[in-house]
Write a protein that binds this ligand. Structure first.
Ligand code: AMP
Ligand code: MG
Length: 429
């Protein structure tokens, strides 16, 4: 990020969405290296497993045990020596000499020609390697003792047995660093006897809304003012990422107030997200303020909605934040544009900065239900509803009017239709 006029991202021509993404990813990468260089130890913490959902795993989680810890039965049935299957004849007949329960192993010896009733998960007794499922067998009496018979062709030696270490070997990574922890990960860690996880510290993200027209909730709207809705969209978006939010309130369009607010934020936050004040009319104003505080570029991105955006770093207090710099996003004030730019640029940057390995949301292809108007030469993100045709193929339709201030059509949407830079109008189908 530099102020040099030769810098392509400062040219007055519009920046391709992909170039913006690349520039953001590369600056975030710089910050990560900087923080590693600073050898900050405060970016990891140990937390209890039941608190770890949606946190980012900081180090590979190595399994302290083999899973399963011993050979065991995959079925309810009868365990026996697989060699018994090699004999001739249509049926196999085996004498039942005992039972092995899950949690209550059988410790006697089982000879060929004999079997044990066994429950799913019960340890395979020494020497036994095969389990015939209950439903393949018929019970009978042989020499006054209980026995089973079954068709030899139903089974191969070694079947229905889970081998020690089959799922996971001791010392191997059960979960890799960078995973955003899901319920199954917590279960997996618990199955290994691990009660605490080392996770990334939650990033501290400051948000502020700028604009003279903004009115906080709970106050009467004056003529010409509007409620500060962006704050709540942003709080929702950030909470989904399980980050620490520092709410810096509403700041008036007053240079010294804005400067002071930015400066205060850099003392406490890893990232500052500001909404409003970067559109053409206001950018110069904000630009000047930011000049003393850091290194921020003002972008015109070839996209809709969300064209103007400021991005860069502000100097911060050493030791307080992730690096010596606070990452800065100046998002457009428009309620839809703020959300689109968050989803398209900020979200993945925050995840990347916090060490997540998966940073982009899922993308899929779908069939347009209606024609969509689109101008080539910019990337469009249309609010839309992903559905399904009768033949099971995914379909998509817009939520109607795509005006950048219409939050309702955002609220009705469950996805964005991404129309690529070069794409022109889209025909139905
Ligand atoms: P700006 O980027 O400051 O020029 O704002 C663009 C549009 O978004 C204007 O109509 C603003 O009134 C509106 N706007 C700016 N900030 C907010 C906010 N926090 N909540 C709702 N609307 C906003
Ligand atoms: Mg404004």
């Amino acid at each position: 990020m530099t102020q040099a006029p030769s810098d392509p991202i400062l040219l007055s021509t519009s920046l391709h969405v992909d170039e913006a993404r690349k520039a953001i990813a590369s600056l975030v990468n710089e910050l990560i290296h900087e923080s590693q260089y600073m050898n900050t130890t405060h970016d990891k913490e140990c937390i209890a497993l039941d608190q770890a959902i949606d946190r980012i795993l900081a180090e590979d989680l190595l399994s302290p045990i083999d899973v399963p810890a011993a050979d065991n039965s995959a079925m309810d049935g009868y365990a026996f020596h697989g060699v018994c299957l090699d004999e001739s004849g249509q049926t196999v007949v085996l004498q039942i000499i005992g039972t092995a329960y899950a949690g209550k192993p059988y410790d006697g010896k089982v000879e060929p020609g004999q079997c044990l009733k066994i429950m799913t998960g019960a340890l395979m007794p020494q020497g036994l390697d095969t389990v015939v499922p209950q439903e393949f067998t018929t019970e009978l009496t042989l020499n006054d003792k209980p026995a089973i018979e079954f068709n030899r062709t139903l089974l191969k030696s070694g079947e229905n047995r889970r081998l020690r270490g089959e799922d996971l070997q001791k010392g191997k990574a059960a979960i890799s660093a960078g995973r955003i922890l899901r319920p199954s990960d917590l279960g997996l860690a618990a199955s290994l006897g691990i009660a605490e996880l080392k996770v990334r510290r939650r990033l501290k993200v400051a948000i502020l809304s700028s604009g003279d027209e903004l009115c906080p909730l709970g106050q009467k709207l004056e003529a010409g003012s509007i409620y500060d809705s962006n704050r709540y969209s942003l709080i929702g978006l950030l909470n989904r990422l399980n980050l620490e939010i520092i709410d810096c309130g509403i700041v008036r369009d007053d240079p010294s107030a804005l400067k002071q607010a930015f400066f205060e934020a850099t003392k406490v936050a890893d990232v500052l997200i500001c909404s409003g004040g970067v559109s053409v009319g206001e950018a110069d104003h904000t630009k000047q303020i930011l000049q003393d505080l850091g290194d921020v570029g003002f972008w015109k991105i070839a996209m809709r909605p969300g064209r103007p955006m400021a991005f860069g770093t502000l100097k911060s207090v050493p030791g307080q934040s992730f690096a010596h710099r606070t990452l800065f996003f100046g998002l457009p004030g428009n309620p839809v544009a703020v959300m689109v730019t968050f989803y398209q640029f900020v979200r993945s940057a925050l995840l990347q900065l916090n060490g997540a390995s998966q940073t982009s949301p899922p993308i899929t292809q779908a069939i347009a239900q209606d024609p969509i108007r689109k101008r080539a030469g910019r990337t469009e993100f249309q609010r839309a509803i992903l559905g399904r045709r009768e033949d099971g193929k995914p379909t998509v339709r817009t939520t109607g009017s795509q005006g950048a201030g219409i939050l309702r059509s955002m609220s009705e949407a469950n996805c964005f239709i991404i129309l690529n830079h070069e794409q022109g109008n889209v025909a139905a189908g």
